[in-house]
Design a protein around this ligand. Structure first.
Ligand code: IPD
Length: 297
């Protein structure tokens, strides 16, 4: 057989985006077949923090697919990290400066998956030296794939996404989520809700941060905020919003980076107004009701 060193192996020629799309859709299709059919349910840090064999299997599948093409790349997946915010932050610190880092949540919205509530997704991001350059969110229940590449726009069903035009909070539909770590953030969550609900058209909380972020990018939601999230919940969704013309910051208004845990993501137009309401809710806290979540992280 003639060997030609100019011919690269076929796997080596696949683009980052092709591998991310393939991995997300393959895993998503498999996850969908397991809806209502998982066999092992384990509690992680609290009864609201769950993992099934499907989360673990999907992560293994995604990791294997990515590593087949890019064996030198680093990988950070939710199921490879011990539960709890400290372990998550430490795991991220270990890899965040890698040249190429894949950041994966195999099922974002595990609680929904467990209950058969069809709002969960596969989230895959690729960061280059800490900067997110690719984001894919796949919703197997609706067969919707959201993708963004840095500088190349964001798309769903092959159609360019744009954030919503809503200019003021009172005409906005916003979403939030409740972190599962034993309710430590509950007092802050409640103050935020009390402050935001009267100011907006309405609030939703559907239990998948990554999918909520994709919906902000697609203009279906005007904004999303949540405290206590991890890089795998947000990295892909961040780029979807950035490439759709929106804005993503921490709760102080500092630009998003991989270490952010408390996120405010909007269409840009209502960002400052929402930040102001959330910040006022935080400063109204009574002594002793504060949360362990530090802003600006
Ligand atoms: C969770 C979801 C949920 C959010 C939690 C996350 P997981 O991710 O994004 O919406 O409120 O904070 O942990 O555990 O289902 O991958």
């Amino acid at each position: 057989m003639v060997s030609d060193s100019r011919i690269e192996p076929i796997v080596g020629r696949k683009s980052f985006a092709a591998v991310a799309i393939n991995s997300a859709s393959k895993a998503g299709e498999w996850i969908k077949t397991k809806l209502g059919g998982f066999t092992s349910l384990n509690i992680k840090s609290s009864p609201g923090d769950l993992v099934t064999e499907v989360d673990k299997g999907a992560e293994t599948m995604i990791r294997n697919l990515i590593m087949t093409h890019f064996p030198d790349h680093s990988f950070l997946g939710e199921e490879g990290v011990e539960p709890g915010p400290e372990a998550s932050s430490a795991a991220l610190r270990d890899v965040m400066d890698a040249e190429y880092l894949w950041i994966v949540d195999p099922i974002d919205g595990t609680t929904n998956f467990v209950h058969g509530f069809p709002f969960f997704c596969v989230s895959i991001a690729l960061a280059c030296k800490g900067e997110v350059i690719l984001g894919v969110v796949y919703d197997p229940s609706r067969d919707e794939l959201f993708i963004a590449e840095k500088g190349k726009g964001a798309y769903v069903h092959g159609k360019r996404m744009r954030v919503s035009p809503d200019a003021v909070l009172r005409e906005s539909l916003v979403a939030t989520g409740f972190p599962p770590y034993g309710g430590a953030a509950l007092p802050l969550n409640m103050r935020q809700l009390l402050a935001v609900v009267p100011k907006v058209r309405n609030v939703r909380s559907n239990g998948s941060a990554a999918l909520h972020l994709a919906y902000v990018a697609a203009g279906r939601l005007s904004a999303f905020w949540e405290v206590g999230l991890n890089a795998w919940d947000m990295a892909a969704g961040y780029l979807l919003i950035q490439e759709s013309g929106g804005r993503v910051t921490d709760m102080k208004g500092e630009p998003y980076h991989l270490g952010v845990r408390n996120v405010v993501a909007t269409n840009g137009h209502i960002h400052d107004e929402l930040l102001q309401v959330l910040q006022s809710a935080e400063s109204e806290g009574e002594p002793g009701t504060g949360t362990p979540f530090k802003h600006g992280e």
